[in-house]
Design a protein around this ligand. Structure first.
Ligand SMILES: [Zn+2]
Length: 56
């Protein structure tokens, strides 16, 4: 299954979840209700998986 890599806007914590699922309401890193950025790599330059380095 495809994975989405999310990054917490507040603490920078990154984690993966299954594509099709929304990110959790509260951040696993800082336990706050955070906004999450989708930083999944979709292009061959970064290997099509994990985090896109250009989105750091
Ligand atoms: Zn956080």
């Amino acid at each position: 299954m495809e994975k989405i890599t999310w990054r917490c806007k507040d603490c920078g914590y990154t984690f993966e979840s299954d594509a099709g699922k929304p990110p959790p309401e509260s951040c696993p890193g800082c336990k706050e209700k955070c906004e999450f950025l989708n930083v999944t790599c979709y292009v061959p330059e970064c290997g099509m998986e994990g985090q896109d380095p250009r989105l750091k």
